[in-house]
Design a protein around this ligand. Structure first.
Ligand SMILES: [Zn+2]
Length: 289
């Protein structure tokens, strides 16, 4: 249900990055290999990651935040509607909570300064949530559906928008809008070299003003290795900051470490290596052509 709500969050025709910065950007350095590892492709399909190992010595949970925005939300943003959530980011910093932020390209274009600041902060990592937040399958929570031949481009165009905004170290992690995907979509985004990141805990913050219910939903759902989906979009998820301020101390009291998705993926890779032995599958970073 909340995925549904999240899906409805969409959109925005945003100004170019330079409008917000008001100054010339330095030349971008040559593309560097991504700092976070992806999982190996499976038969040409993007691998789907839903949670980390359940049996880690020190249980970890990854809080993830989708920064949704769609092309048709530009006029609303221009009218003052907030699709960002600086208070949430401040709370994560204050509480020292590592987090992974899945940004749409439109969000990065609209809020380039925030996108850069999140990227520069070692507490956080930036991942890809498509360019326009359109659905990759039909019947996805009311989201408009992409033509199939634009699926891969949605991933590469989002990376380009992130780079334009000044994000230098986007991870090879991709989250489908609304989480909706099928084999064809996994093949398309697999060609862009990304690992698909879903979740096993829905935070329930989309269109929910009741922080208490979000807190309960997260705390009831988490297990070792969980990936929790929440949102970084005030307009559509107004109580996320309040909920995070209550969830984090309780998770820590229960013995959980809060980590980024990349740490859970690395743990998964180590587990796979241990099972495969020295001849385990090779793994590569993303191919972002
Ligand atoms: Zn989304």
């Amino acid at each position: 249900m909340l995925v549904l709500a999240a899906a409805l969050l969409a959109s925005c025709a945003a100004p170019p990055a330079s409008d917000e910065t008001g100054r010339a950007k330095p030349a971008e350095p040559a593309a560097k290999p991504p700092p976070a590892l992806g999982l190996p492709l499976r038969g040409g399909l993007s691998p789907v990651f839903e949670h980390g190992p359940r049996d880690a010595d020190r249980p970890a949970v990854a809080l993830t935040f989708d920064a949704d925005m769609t092309a048709d939300q530009g006029p609303r943003a221009a009218g003052g509607e907030r699709f960002d959530n600086p208070g949430l980011v401040d709370a994560l910093r204050e509480l020292r909570v590592p987090a992974t932020v899945f940004m749409t390209g439109m969000w990065a274009r609209t809020y380039p300064r925030q996108a850069r600041a999140i990227d520069r902060d070692p507490l956080f990592e930036v991942a890809n949530h498509s360019y326009s937040h359109h659905a990759f399958t039909e019947h996805c929570h009311g989201l408009p559906t992409l033509p199939p031949d634009r699926a891969r481009e949605e991933v590469t165009r989002a990376y380009a928008a992130l780079r334009e905004a000044g994000v230098r170290s986007a991870t090879p992690y991709f989250r489908f809008p609304g989480g909706c995907h099928d084999k064809r979509a996994l093949r398309a985004v697999g060609q862009a070299g990304v690992t698909t990141v879903q979740w096993d805990v829905v935070g329930g913050d989309a269109f929910n003003p009741d922080a208490g219910s979000i807190v309960r939903q997260v705390l009831d759902g988490v297990r070792p290795g969980s990936v929790v989906v929440l949102h970084c979009t005030l307009s559509a998820a107004p109580a996320t900051e309040q909920a995070v301020r209550r969830v984090v101390p309780e998770l820590r009291r229960r013995g959980y470490r809060l980590v980024k998705v990349s740490e859970l993926v690395s743990a998964e890779l180590r587990t796979a290596d241990a099972k495969a032995g020295p001849a385990g599958e090779p793994r590569n970073g993303p191919v972002r052509s």
